[in-house]
Design a protein around this ligand. Structure first.
Ligand SMILES: Nc1ncnc2c1ncn2[C@@H]1O[C@H](COP(=O)(O)OP(=O)(O)O)[C@@H](O)[C@H]1O
Ligand SMILES: [Mg+2]
Length: 348
């Protein structure tokens, strides 16, 4: 098959996506089964695209790394010679149209939120992962929370505020400290703050509102953190995530050695089964297809709460979902192959 691995973009998770993309590209290339191209959705490709899949070239050369802080998007935008506000770069559509399927390695805004998926549906371009509607539902933490509440999925108590006036009112009334403030449609913990006091809450809200107009204030779940991948509706083994210092922020997510990850997680059989069934229920409630990864917190009493669903979770060999797959004997290459296979089934 001809496959484009599509990565990059201009979300706060650009760098993570570039690494996810090159890892998927390399893994699929190693199988020798496909003609591959790795493409940055934002920067596109300026050269001649005739016979581009026949070129014997390593497209992953110099394709990005993750630094300690989230990327400087204005510097990336300065690289675009045409319209820098157009998310889709030169020749991206033309190249994707030549492919049998596009492997989505995007994360965050304009990649994980359903917009690219909707555009590809209209253009008759096949892609991996879930469709546009479920992507949008999962990306929107407020809507996810409403659905979780409706279908009895345990989730942290929280409220949604829009803009500064609502935030100020909410900050004056909120009683439960510490609490978490997070942007509604973020990712990779960018725009997530812990507030220990009302003063801290006001500051956190200000910082979050600078990134997005819609923000969530949520009860802080003190305890352990877990994540559960689901492939084709079925949960993988649970992984526990324990940052050595602080919470699971951007740095702890992507700097090697900063977080202890244990898979399968050390949990009683009963509670593990319950969390896995809960992840499968979230998959259904958000109408997800193919694969996703749900994040959980568990309090000191052993009650767990679903934080969110990630529809295009990190996909480097050391990312959480690939580690979970490895525990059931599925290598990273096999996982990539499986994602393509179940994504192709959507189109039958
Ligand atoms: N209610 C909460 N209680 C405790 N920690 C939280 C809570 N919400 C978020 N966090 C912390 O912030 C991290 C990121 O939050 P999450 O909701 O998963 O958003 P995203 O991963 O999309 O940035 C979590 O992995 C967790 O460590
Ligand atoms: Mg998360």
């Amino acid at each position: 098959m001809k496959i484009v691995v599509l990565a990059g973009g201009i979300s706060t998770e650009r760098d993570v996506s570039l690494v996810t993309g090159s890892m998927i590209y390399k893994a699929l290339k190693k199988t020798g089964e496909h003609q591959l191209m790795l493409l940055d959705v934002y920067l596109g490709y300026e050269g001649d695209i005739g016979g581009i899949f026949d070129e014997d070239k390593d497209w992953s050369e110099g394709f990005g790394r993750i630094s300690e802080i989230n990327p400087d998007i204005s510097a990336v935008k300065a690289l675009r010679k045409d319209n820098p506000n157009c998310i889709v770069g030169p020749n991206v559509i033309e190249i994707c149209k030549q492919a049998d399927i596009v492997f989505l390695a995007l994360h965050g805004q304009n990649g994980e939120d359903g917009k690219i998926q909707a555009m590809f549906d209209l253009l008759d371009i096949k892609y991996t992962g879930t469709d546009y509607l479920s992507s949008a539902l999962a990306m929107d933490k407020a809507i996810s929370k409403e659905l979780f509440n409706k279908y009895d999925i345990p989730t942290a108590k929280g409220i949604v505020v829009n803009g500064l006036a609502e935030a100020q009112k909410a900050a004056a009334e909120w009683e439960d400290f510490p609490c978490i403030v997070k942007v509604n449609a973020g990712g990779s913990s960018v725009g997530v703050y812990k507030a220990d006091s009302r003063r801290g809450l006001e500051e956190a809200l200000k910082a979050a509102l600078a990134l997005e107009n819609r923000v969530i204030i949520e009860q802080y779940i003190d305890g352990r953190e877990f994540s559960v991948g689901v492939i084709d509706g079925k949960a993988l083994p649970i992984i526990e995530i324990a940052p050595k210092v602080g919470f699971y922020d951007y740095k702890n997510k992507y700097q090697a050695g900063s977080t202890v990850e244990t898979c399968p997680a050390e949990l009683g059989e009963d509670i593990a089964k319950k969390m896995q069934s809960c992840a499968e229920a979230v998959f259904k409630v958000l109408r997800l297809q193919t694969y996703a990864r749900m994040d959980f917190r568990m309090d000191r009493e052993g009650s767990f709460y679903c934080l969110e669903a990630n529809t295009l979770p990190g996909m480097t060999p050391t990312s959480l979902l690939p580690q979970e797959a490895a525990v059931i004997g599925m290598s990273f290459e096999e996982l990539c192959r499986k994602i393509i296979e179940i994504s192709m089934e959507k189109y039958k």
